[in-house]
Structures are given as C-alpha cells and as structure tokens.
Design a protein around this ligand. Sequence first.
Ligand SMILES: [Zn+2]
Length: 128
Amino acid sequence: MQPFIVKLNGLASGRTVFNWVADGKFFEQFGNPDILSAEVEVTATVVNHGATVDVECSMQGTVTVPCDRCLDDLELSVETGFSEVYTPEGADLDLSQDIYDYVCTALPLQRVHPEGECNPETIKFLSK
Ligand SMILES: [Zn+2]
C-alpha cells in the first residue's frame, strides 16, 4: 500500500485509521532543500461518508534542518495536525501535499541551536 494515499475503492464506510511515517525521502520529493532528514509519524483517521471523506490527521516526530547560525544539523520536534473534509474526484485521496504543508508550517521561522550549542568552529570562522 502506498503511504499517504487513501484508496477510495474498497474503503470501508465508517472509520479507518492509517499510520504512516514521513521520512527524509518524503520531504525530498517536494524539493525542499531545508529538510535534511525527518522521522514524523502520521496518523490519519479517515471517515468515509461516500460523497465526502473526513480526514483527521496528526503528525508527531522530528525534522532535521540546517541551523541558521552555524549550518550544523538541528533537530526540531514537530507536533501538528489538521482536519479536512475532502470531496474526492478520483479513486485515490492523496494526503501527501497537505501533510507536507502542515509539517512545514509547524516549523519555527528561527531555526537556531540554543545559545552556546552551535558548532564553535563554524562560529569562529563566521565571526572572522
Ligand atoms: Zn547552530
């Protein structure tokens, strides 16, 4: 089964829960150079009403980005989620774009190590 895609053909009416992991490759597909690696657990609760599909999605895990100050890896924890009502047009409901968007939105704008935890070599170099 492909992750992040809900196959509507044969989806039981009522509630189905999907568990996926969004890793570095997932973010790479969207061409985001800021995300070096990731390990985000995605839980999607899908309620099939036939004409519409309710999706409640929660994402929790870590995303690694370069630190704005020293460029070393910086691990950020993310915890976010969304709920949407979809009116599917095809046989598949692809949630990957929404999952990607919500995780990116949840990341802080300022991505720096806590004071004193930056790579001292880089900082020395940059302050020259
Ligand atoms: Zn840093």
